[in-house]
Design a protein around this ligand. Structure first.
Ligand code: THU
Length: 135
């Protein structure tokens, strides 16, 4: 799976966003170490707090199918038809990544378009994170 395809799948997943309240559409494409991709979108709720982010939708789909090892996630977020800026994952999603991913190698790719993206490792995004190894 090349990076370009993962980015395309994040932009595709964004089209499924259910965000009638914020109108902020997010899509994610999560790559497992085995080479499978799980897509996710943000899913909002009239009561607001039950809202689920795109990244966690992708993780929960994958984990509920038995996946436990992940390589990378591409994320595309913003208002309107195409993202105009880079959307980095919220703190809750970073913590979920911390549960299942190796901080030094798990790659987060935030996407503006198929050719414009930025990258960081989980460790860069969540320094000194708390995980299973701390227990
Ligand atoms: N959102 C995500 O899907 N991922 C993030 O990492 C940040 C925020 C969603 C939640 C909500 O539906 C909308 O973006 C605005 O916060």
């Amino acid at each position: 799976m090349d990076k370009k395809e993962l980015i395309r799948l994040a932009l595709e997943a964004r089209q499924m966003s259910y965000s009638p309240y914020s109108k902020y559409k997010v899509g994610a494409a999560l790559l497992t170490k085995g080479g499978k991709v799980y897509q996710g979108c943000n899913i909002e709720n009239a009561a607001y707090t039950p809202t689920n982010c795109a990244e966690r939708t992708a993780f929960f789909k994958a984990v509920s199918e038995g996946e436990r090892e992940f390589e990378a996630i591409a994320i595309a977020g913003g208002y309107g038809e195409e993202p105009v800026d880079y959307a980095w994952p919220c703190g809750v999603c970073r913590q979920v990544m911390m549960e299942f991913c190796e901080p030094k190698s798990f790659l987060v790719i935030t996407v503006k378009s198929e050719t414009e993206y930025q990258e960081a490792t989980l460790e860069e995004m969540l320094p000194c994170g708390f995980g299973a190894n701390n227990l």
